[in-house]
Design a protein around this ligand. Sequence first.
Ligand code: NI
Length: 179
Amino acid sequence: MAPYQIRVFGDPVLKQVAKEITNVDDALVRLVDDMFETMYDAPGIGLAAPQVGVQKRLFVYDLGDEPGVLVNPVIKETDGEWLYEEGCLSVPGLSWEILRPNRVHLVGYDLDGNEIDLEVDELAGRLFQHEFDHLDGKLLLEHLDEDQRRDAMKILRDRAMAMPDVEPAPPKRRGLSLR
Ligand code: NI
């Protein structure tokens, strides 16, 4: 079983801006390992920390050549346009043709603190823009056109209503417990 359950649309953690990473410790290395396992299990080609409920600026990816992790990524420049059918593990089962810049220049760090400088396009360019958005609390839904957005919201609303009732939270205790 995957170490994490991937957070889905509606979870407030997906709308929060993640925090810069200041220190790579054992816990962070373990987080990255667990994120890879969760991503491969899904399966997906990219996963950002907020998608597993962790408010840190990092994402993992694997486009089939070699797995990578990017810490504190910054997009320096984008260029061109590319239309591509894009999905997200946090909006499962849905995808839309979305127009975004084609080429991306981004920099970040690996887990050893080495600077990573990447210029990519097409699928890799799309992946990095998508994962970067997650760190700023944005989902691909924000890139839909008006018609796509209306359809998406209807589907997501219907899904939310079809969800089985969750067990009610235990009543809040008022005052002091005497035990
Ligand atoms: Ni996503």
